[in-house]
Design a protein around this ligand. Structure first.
Ligand SMILES: NC(=O)c1ccc[n+]([C@@H]2O[C@H](COP(=O)([O-])OP(=O)(O)OC[C@H]3O[C@@H](n4cnc5c(N)ncnc54)[C@H](OP(=O)(O)O)[C@@H]3O)[C@@H](O)[C@H]2O)c1
Length: 222
C-alpha cells in the first residue's frame, strides 16, 4: 500500500517526557524550535493527535523560516473532541483535515465542514492510520508527513509500522511524571519493538540539548 514517508520530530526531557504532569511541554530552545519549523517547511503534511491540539492549541504552520507553502494539517481525533475554537480550525493559513471515526457526533462533523475543514471518517471506533496515510498519498499527493505527537499518536504509528524516521531532541530537564514520547501498551522486551539505526547525533547550538536522528528499520516481530 503506498504511503508517504513519515518522520516523528519531538523534544523530550532526559527522562523521556514530552510533557509534564500538568501538560507543560516547552522543552525546545529557540535553535531547536527553528529546526522544527525547517522540517515543517519541508513536508507536505503535519499530523498531530487530539490531545496535542486540546493542550497546546498549535497553529502548525512554518514560522521563523521561509516556506513556499503551508503543509496540510492533519488531526487524528477519533471522537471529535477538539474544540471548534482550535487554531487548526480558525486559522485559515493552511488546509486542515480531521480524521475521525463513526463514533463522532454528526452535528460536529457538519459544523466543521461548514467551517471549511475536511472531515474523513476512517474507521468504526479507531482511526485506521495506515488508511489515512494512503489517502493522503493518493488523494492529496502527500509524500512526506511530519508527526508532531503526542505520545499516544507516536505509539500507534510505531506499533503499526508506519514510521520511517525519528528525530528526538533531549532537553536538559526532568519532569518525573507526565506524557512519555511513546504512550501505549508497550513492548515486553527489545525483541518485539522496532529496530532503530542511528543516522546522526548533534549537540544543539545552545550547548545543552542533543538531537538524535534514527531510521526505523523494521518491526522486530514483522
Ligand atoms: N515535547 C514535544 O515535542 C511535544 C509534541 C507534541 C505534543 N506534546 C505534548 O503531548 C501531550 C499530548 O500527548 P498525548 O499522548 O496525551 O496525546 P496525543 O497523541 O496528542 O493525542 C491522543 C489522542 O488522539 C486520538 N487518537 C490518536 N490515535 C488515534 C486513533 N488511531 N484513532 C482514534 N483516535 C486516535 C485519541 O483520542 P480519543 O482518546 O478521543 O480516542 C487519543 O487519546 C500534550 O501535553 C502536548 O503538550 C509534546
Amino acid at each position: 500500500m503506498p504511503r508517504p514517508y513519515v518522520i516523528i520530530v519531538s523534544a523530550a526531557s532526559i527522562d523521556g517526557r514530552i510533557a509534564s504532569k500538568t501538560g507543560y511541554s516547552r522543552l525546545s530552545c529557540p535553535f531547536d524550535l527553528k529546526r522544527l519549523h525547517e522540517v515543517r517547511a519541508s513536508v507536505d503534511a503535519i499530523m498531530v493527535g487530539a490531545n496535542t491540539v486540546i493542550n497546546d492549541d498549535p497553529s502548525l504552520t512554518p514560522r521563523y523560516v521561509k516556506a513556499s507553502r503551508n503543509p496540510i494539517r492533519v488531526v487524528i481525533d477519533g471522537k471529535l473532541r477538539i474544540p471548534l475554537t482550535a487554531r487548526v480550525i480558525t486559522n485559515k493559513e493552511a488546509p486542515t483535515i480531521i480524521a475521525t471515526t463513526e463514533a463522532a457526533d454528526p452535528n460536529k462533523v457538519m459544523q466543521l465542514i461548514n467551517m471549511g475543514v475536511e472531515v474523513w471518517v476512517m474507521g468504526k471506533e479507531r482511526v485506521d492510520l495506515g488508511k489515512v496515510l494512503e489517502r493522503l498519498f493518493t488523494e492529496k499527493g502527500v509524500r512526506k508527513v511530519l508527526v508532531e505527537g503526542g505520545g499516544h499518536l507516536n505509539w500507534e504509528l510505531i506499533k503499526e509500522g508506519l514510521v520511517d524516521e525519528i528525530r528526538l531532541t533531549i532537553s536538559p530537564y526532568i519532569f518525573g511524571a507526565g506524557t512519555s514520547f511513546m504512550e501505549g501498551i508497550g513492548y515486553p522486551t527489545t525483541m518485539e519493538g522496532p529496530r532503530l539505526r542511528l543516522n546522526w547525533v548533534r549537540v544543539c547550538e545552545c550547548g545543552q540539548e542533543v538531537v538524535l536522528d534514527y531510521t526505523v528499520e523494521r518491526l522486530n516481530s514483522s
